[in-house]
Design a protein around this ligand. Structure first.
Ligand code: LLP
Length: 424
């Protein structure tokens, strides 16, 4: 459920009409609903409550905006970070270091040092080589690094290939056959404290079956590790639960279904469970608000050219992702349309032959379900400003990221001295 709905024929975010935001901030702009994020955090906390005292470490990569992080930190959530930048953002926004897990296949020595100095709950390591580097860094700093290995359970996640991470051929995790040797090596390395195990098989999963199969493998592994003398107190089950993009498709499993499944599988493992949800928390708490520049005739269907483009919302071109597109103040009537942005690539296409609200030049439209992996993945391609973000709470709004305009982009470039003054 979200808080973007029509009132008197105009789409609102909570109690604020979207045209008012477009008026005040301009378009394109990302708009987030605070109440939706809070609700999702609460629903997930309730669904996981029977598991004791799980740590819900929000996957910062989904939406790293400071206001989003602060909203979720106030709900008691921790953070799953994958870079020094995410670590710093999480701490700066008020996430407690003891609720931070550090994931990712390419942590550098600098990033390891940053998290060791600032404190964290656990490093999820992805190779013996990484454990060796962390051991060196921790020893040099006189710290002890709490670790778990991320296991690659070799299950097919059944999601888009680019966001599937749990197959043997993916770069992620330690292959099942090498896990025992990895723990044995970590146990003899100075500066490391083995405490857990981790798994994450992919994102936007619409079935619980691959998750359950991966979790069962983790359960068996915990038994083997303990039998080999390791103390395993933590199991990090990752994120990945899918959300509804297209209401015409069957809904993904609910957080309650997910919680029931985890209870069935993991309740008696005798560990503290960690979860790393991203999309589930913020996905449908955001929309991208854009304006129609013009409608251009097309051979098959007219092209609706928006002021938002692939640089603002990458998901359609990158993953063939489907986002609902709706008029903010529908005139009535439906049409079959191609929806595109102004960027000079055919890939800058949001929808082809989409049956949707009829729109005309100057109209506002939204892309739904644009709270996760949307602003986070935006760029300035084609020298387009970086899209601003607005957080709404009731009838209040705050610009939580300003538009990074062209002046600032130009100012960040430098012309080297050997070119300065060269005239043609
Ligand atoms: N934990 C780890 C280790 C991850 O790699 C990810 C996502 C998550 C947690 C959070 O997964 P979630 O609960 O959000 O599904 N850009 C893509 C999604 C990439 C996901 C990467 N890893 C998209 O737009 O669909």
């Amino acid at each position: 459920m979200d808080h973007f709905s029509h009132r008197d024929g105009v789409l609102h975010c909570e109690d604020l009409p979207l045209p008012e935001i477009a008026e005040r901030v301009g378009t394109p702009v990302y708009v987030y609903s605070s109440a939706t994020m809070v609700r999702h955090a609460e629903v997930l906390k309730d669904a996981l409550a029977p598991l004791g005292n799980p740590l819900i470490a929000y996957a910062v990569k989904a939406n790293p905006n400071a206001a989003v992080l602060a909203t979720l930190a106030a709900q008691g959530l921790g953070a799953d970070v994958v870079s020094g930048g995410e670590y710093r953002r999480a701490v700066a926004a008020g996430v407690l270091p003891e609720k931070i897990v550090f994931s990712g296949v390419g942590k550098t020595a600098e990033e390891m040092a940053l998290a060791l100095e600032g404190g964290l709950f656990q490093f999820n390591l992805e190779s013996v080589e990484e454990a060796e580097m962390l051991s060196e860094v921790a020893s040099r700093l006189g710290r002890t690094a709490p670790i778990g290995f991320r296991v690659n359970p070799d299950v097919a996640a059944g999601t888009h290939a680019k966001i599937s991470t749990g197959s043997a051929e993916n770069k992620f995790g330690v292959p099942a056959g090498d896990v025992m040797a990895a723990y044995a090596r970590a146990a003899e390395l100075p500066g490391l404290r083995v405490q857990g195990v981790a798994v994450h098989i992919g994102s936007q999963l619409t079935s619980l079956a691959p998750l359950e199969s991966a979790f069962r493998k983790v359960g068996a592994l915990i038994g083997e590790l303990r039998a080999a003398g390791h103390v395993i107190e933590v199991a990090d089950l990752g994120g990945g639960l899918g959300i509804t993009y297209d209401p015409a498709l069957p809904p993904p499993p609910s957080p309650e279904d997910y919680g029931d499944m985890v209870c069935r599988v993991a309740k008696h493992w005798g560990v503290r469970l960690v979860f790393e949800p991203g999309r589930l928390i913020v996905g449908n708490a955001g929309v991208l608000l854009a304006r129609v520049i013009r409608v251009k005739p097309g051979v098959a269907h007219p092209f609706v050219v928006l002021d938002a483009a692939m640089n603002d919302l990458m998901r359609p071109t990158l993953y063939d992702a489907w986002h609902a597109i709706e008029a903010v103040a529908p005139h009535g009537g439906r049409s079959t349309l191609n929806v595109v942005g102004p960027v000079c690539e055919t890939g800058d296409t949001f929808a082809t032959g989409r049956e949707m609200d009829t729109v005309q030049a100057g109209d506002l439209v939204i892309f739904r379900t644009a709270g996760a992996y949307a602003a986070a993945m935006s760029s300035t391609y084609n020298s387009r400003p970086l899209t601003p973000e607005v957080l709404v709470r009731g009838s209040e709004m705050a610009v939580v990221r300003e538009r990074i305009d062209i002046d600032r982009l130009i100012a960040a470039d430098r012309i080297p001295s050997w070119l300065a003054g060269s005239e043609r």
